[in-house]
Design a protein around this ligand. Structure first.
Ligand code: ID4
Ligand code: ZN
Length: 261
């Protein structure tokens, strides 16, 4: 009947083609972070981040976002502490952004969107043999989320922006051999944390999310540079890579904890 076709049409988001809500999903991402409902947890440790810039490998356009990938064959770029029981290895980082500055982030804070959001994806190499297996386990991944807001030009981001024309089309890649992503993470230690999922296929419920309270500032030209990328391969009809964020998911029976009062 009309109702179920409406639900089905509504659930198949054009970008992902797969259902937007995972049947039986109880810890899906992204979510709205209601600041006053977050619970201060005094037992949360500071997050320790140690990246080796020479583990950077390449930038590639995978048709959802542009990913900067790292050599995760050793423990040279890791995070530990915070809400995490183990240390996690950096695998890649990427961004989500909007067609205009009014939206673009995946998480929201008190229902406010930022124009973009950075995700640094790490996996639990203590307990699992590789990233692909870790993606399927409840404590397999840890993703640091950093909001981007419109403001001053970000010099560290500019080296990335300068490389984007070379990965304009889907499935293009360029070598990117030295980059320290900690320059993209605010020095303020405050974060929220909650149990969630990948926001792209396979949408598995394997992510401990660590969302930094403080955004980084980037300027209009840098956001516009993201919007010059394409979802499409060379030779296909061009579709601009914008609005590559998943809609908000129900909080269900979850509490967001804060590392700060
Ligand atoms: N937004 S997010 O939640 O931070 C986020 C992530 F956490 C990810 F892990 C990925 N991810 C997806 C794959 C394909 C793999 C292909 C082989 C099977 C495992 C997935 N590689 N990394 C991702 F694309 C993404 F957007
Ligand atoms: Zn992401």
């Amino acid at each position: 009947g009309a109702c179920c076709s409406y639900r089905l049409r509504d659930a198949l988001h054009p970008l992902w083609q797969s259902p937007l809500t995972i049947p039986g999903g109880t810890r899906q991402s992204p979510i709205n972070i209601q600041w006053r409902d977050s619970v201060y947890d005094p037992f949360l440790k500071p997050l320790k981040i140690s990246y080796d810039p020479t583990t950077c490998l390449h930038i590639w356009n995978n048709g959802y976002s542009f990913l900067v990938e790292f050599d995760d064959s050793t423990d040279r770029s890791i995070i530990v502490g915070g809400p995490l029981e183990n240390q996690y290895r950096l695998k890649q980082f990427h961004f989500h952004w909007g067609a205009i500055n009014d939206w673009g982030s995946e998480h929201t804070v008190d229902s406010k969107f930022y124009p973009a959001e950075l995700h640094l994806v790490h996996w639990n190499a203590v307990e699992y043999p590789n990233f692909e297996e870790a993606v399927m386990e409840g404590n397999g991944l840890a993703v640091i989320g950093v909001f981007l807001k419109l403001g001053a030009r970000h010099e560290g981001l500019q080296t990335l922006v300068d490389a984007l024309p070379a990965v304009r089309h889907k499935d293009t890649v360029i070598e990117f051999d030295v980059f320290d992503p900690s320059c993209l993470i605010p020095s303020c230690p405050d974060y929220w944390t909650y149990a969630g999922s990948l926001t792209t296929p396979p949408l598995t419920e394997s992510v401990t999310w660590i969302i930094k309270k403080k955004p980084i500032e980037v300027d209009e030209d840098q956001l516009e540079a993201f919007r010059t990328l394409l979802f499409t391969s060379d030779g296909e009809e061009e579709r601009r890579m914008v609005d590559n964020f998943r809609p908000l998911q129900p909080l269900m029976n979850r509490t967001v904890r804060s590392s700060f009062h």
